[in-house]
Design a protein around this ligand. Structure first.
Ligand code: BGC
Length: 762
């Protein structure tokens, strides 16, 4: 009311005054809204991030005080809140909870659990003054060497899309926004700023966009982050077809699109394409936009459209609603959630009567990662955790007797190596930061051969922890990363020889961020447990599984190939990027323009045959299949019931715990399409569900629903989704290769959904 009485009064931003505020804004003010307002922060000369009011936050939007528009604070993501441990003006230390990485969340196959985890991240973000989390990371695991796979969920778009939706809902339940990223076809780190992904329309629609489509339609994230790369020509952030035709017009996305971090040429194209916010924001970008408005390349409608989306974001935020953040989230409660989530998601890959171990078992604990445990990856995905519980401590807490001699040796080696690094990089904090950023781990020490028989005699079991770390900017290497190092191989062999000679078991814990080669050595291990990078509490969850307090129920969200060269994208991925060392550090960091395959561009030659779609279709053996994971109990699946509905079908199946301990089972529903028509993988995941904890003998009926659209494949020539008529086989699996029972569904009529003929491969 008050504003109406005074002619000179400024409107103030409210959810219902966006029109008024837009009208009152000058062009300059609107353009300010379109370009982020980040301030770079440094510590000891090393860039620590960019922020407005929250150190370590990745960026923000610009506030405009005269119109009551506050800044929106943006922070990474995805495994927890990425803030700095210190804040000016206070001597308090600000830590955030290190949650399990995206790949481990997806291994839970439990969308309710993921939602619960991200609601906890949301509460933490809110208490630190963060409005939007730059997560979830949703790119498809096209190739195991992608350096950021740990942030991403899966090789399958349905699993990834459902996990993305759950992730978004959890955060947004707490009124903290999300930014699903990196949209799209950003499946490698090599040349990430400039490289072009060349993907067929069909593979895009069915694999690389499908997960985003599911998440956007099911959860309406507040924001989407365009990726760094080019896609079939232009940069994604400058692609109208991607950001407007597909994302908004076809999928009904209502939120804001921002760039990934860093200015590119082509700001004008980005504005026109529907990239509403440039992050972290440079003055130069404002100048470019203003100049383009003045000479007519950008219209006022385009400016208003994008500025409106920024305002629509602003009015949703906690900051806008005056939330007084406490800087005091309940880290204790969140640590307990992180631990529980890890425990529900860890995958047991092998168990030849080795696990669970009895209380009081004497454990010979090998491997550098037992004391240098990897909780999460590096780069923007890193979280400033107050602590990471090492494996030795976690095992002791669960009543195991950890060999003192080995424990001391590894701990001393760690201290020694850290001191060596500190000395080598004295006066060069940037160098140390780069080393850490690269995910470099303390190398595995070579133990004297004589120690193995001695340790096998004095202990009951060997636990060997194999660790890997990775992060943005670099992809992983084939040698010494995907494959074991020679030292690791020797360690495993020596441990296995010595312990097996004594009739004792060997357990391997894979504390890795991405898939590694397992086929050549897995027979050395009597058990293999895969916690990925499980967050600050993850080792405790591993210990709980080793002693049987937790019955593992995680399953693989991707396939483990026998060899790297079995991966369908093996050769059409930069697995030898810069092998000849031609690229300097700056070229690696900034990217290069090049006509060379696997340098300037990557061709997604395998089309839709990503991961298990390839292996199952050609009958290729894998080391561990998609969806695989063992339990301490067994489950029987009843005869399924499949009912045709008006739109697709519903299915149900009863799962019974037929073993002797309580446990949970994730059931996967795959579909085989009728023969004839389009070329399709032999089976594709369409739905999944997980039981509650079932006591021995207890049963639960799981329900699934699959729409006719879910069954569709993309016909490029017709530019439409098509569901063929005919008889579909519905397969209920404990993994993609362990199909327990099948049923039929008859699709009476062929159906199709026409879409815009866009995103063509040039
Ligand atoms: C990453 C994004 C991240 C952003 C802000 C970029 O380098 O690719 O995932 O959200 O930085 O930190």
């Amino acid at each position: 009311m008050a504003t109406v009485l005074s002619l000179s009064a400024q409107p103030v931003l409210r959810p219902d005054s966006i029109d008024e505020v837009l009208k009152a804004m000058t062009l300059e003010e609107k353009v300010q809204l379109l370009v982020g307002g980040a301030v770079k922060t440094y510590k000891d000369g090393v860039p620590t991030g960019t922020s407005a009011s929250v150190p370590g936050a990745a960026g923000c939007t610009k506030p405009i005080e005269r119109l009551g528009i506050p800044a929106v604070i943006l922070s990474d993501g995805p495994a927890g809140v990425h803030i700095d441990a210190t804040r000016e003006g206070t001597d308090k230390t600000f830590y955030a909870t290190g949650f399990p990485v995206g790949t481990l969340l997806a291994s839970s196959w439990d969308t309710d659990l993921v939602r619960e985890a991200t609601a906890a991240i949301g509460r933490e973000a809110r208490e630190y003054g963060i409005d939007v989390m730059l997560s979830p990371g949703m790119n498809i695991h096209r190739n195991p060497l992608c350096g950021r796979n740990f942030e991403y969920f899966s090789e399958d778009p349905v699993l990834s899309g459902k996990m993305g939706a759950a992730y978004v809902k959890g955060l947004q339940d707490e009124n903290v926004g999300t930014s699903v990223k990196h949209f799209a076809a950003n499946n490698q780190e090599s040349n990430r700023f400039q490289g072009e992904s060349r993907v067929s329309q069909r593979a895009l629609r069915e694999i690389y966009l499908r997960n985003f489509e599911i998440t956007v339609k099911e959860a309406q994230p507040w924001t989407v982050m365009a990726s760094y790369n080019r896609l079939n020509g232009p940069y994604t952030q400058q692609n109208y077809e991607l950001l407007t035709t597909v994302l908004r017009d076809e999928w009904g996305f209502k939120g804001l699109v921002m760039t990934d971090w860093g200015m590119k040429d082509g700001t004008v194209e980005a504005v026109k394409a529907g990239t509403d916010l440039m992050e972290p924001g440079e003055e130069e970008e404002m100048n470019r936009i203003l100049a383009a408005v003045k000479d007519g390349r950008i219209s006022m409608e385009e400016i208003d459209r994008n500025a409106r989306r920024v305002l629509e974001l602003v009015v949703k935020t906690n900051t806008f609603h005056g939330y007084k953040y406490s800087d005091n989230p309940d880290l204790k409660a969140n640590a307990a959630i992180a631990r529980r989530v890890a425990g529900e998601s860890i995958v047991m890959l092998r168990n030849e009567q080795a696990l669970p171990l009895a209380e009081g078992t004497k454990v010979a604990l090998f491997g550098m990662s037992s004391v240098d445990f990897v909780a999460g990856g590096t780069g923007s995905g890193n979280v400033n955790k107050a602590y990471v519980v090492p494996m030795d401590q976690a095992l002791e807490e669960d009543g195991f007797l950890v060999d003192e001699d080995l424990k001391n040796y590894y701990n001393e080696y760690k201290q020694h190596q850290e001191a060596t690094w500190a000395l080598a990089f004295a006066g060069n904090p940037m160098g140390l930061a780069v080393l850490r950023f690269k995910g470099s781990k303390i190398p595995e020490p070579v133990l004297p051969e004589t120690c193995f028989p001695a340790k096998a005699k004095s202990n009951d079991v060997a636990v060997v922890v194999i660790g890997r770390n990775a992060g943005e900017v670099l992809d992983r290497t084939l040698a010494d990363d995907f494959e074991l190092t020679e030292t690791e191989r020797k360690l495993l062999r020596s441990v296995a020889d010595a312990f097996h000679a004594e009739g004792k078991k060997v357990v391997v814990v894979l504390n890795v961020g991405g898939v590694i080669e397992t086929a050549s050595w897995k027979s050395y291990a009597d058990a293999i447990v895969l916690p990925w990078s499980p967050g600050q509490e993850g080792s405790r969850a591993v210990a709980d599984i080793l002693c049987g307090k937790i019955n593992p129920s995680g399953k693989l969200p991707m396939s483990f190939p026998v060899s790297y060269f079995d991966v369908p994208s093996a050769l059409s991925f930069p697995y030898e990027y810069n092998k000849d060392g031609k690229l300097g550090v700056m070229e690696i960091l900034n990217g290069v323009q090049s006509d060379e395959k696997n340098v300037g561009w990557t061709s997604y030659d395998e089309g839709i045959y990503v991961g298990y779609r390839h292996y199952t279709t050609i009958g290729k053996e894998v080391s561990f299949p998609f969806g695989f994971g063992l339990s301490y109990t067994t489950f029987a699946y009843s005869k399924p019931v499949v009912k045709a509905g008006k739109d697709g079908f519903t299915a149900s199946i009863m799962v019974t715990n037929t073993g002797s301990v309580a446990g949970k089972e994730a059931v996967q529903l795959y579909v085989s399409a009728p023969a004839g028509g389009m070329d399709k993988p032999v089976r594709e995941l369409k739905a999944f569900a997980k039981t509650r904890e079932l006591l021995p003998g207890e049963s639960q009926t799981l329900s699934f629903s699959v729409s006719a659209y879910d069954l569709a494949s993309f016909n490029e020539a017709q530019s439409r989704w098509e569901t063929a008529a005919g008889s579909y086989q519905i397969l209920f699996g404990a993994s993609v290769e362990d199909i327990r029972c099948t049923a039929k569904y008859k699709q009476a009529k062929a159906l199709s959904w026409a879409v815009n003929n866009v995103l063509k491969l040039q």
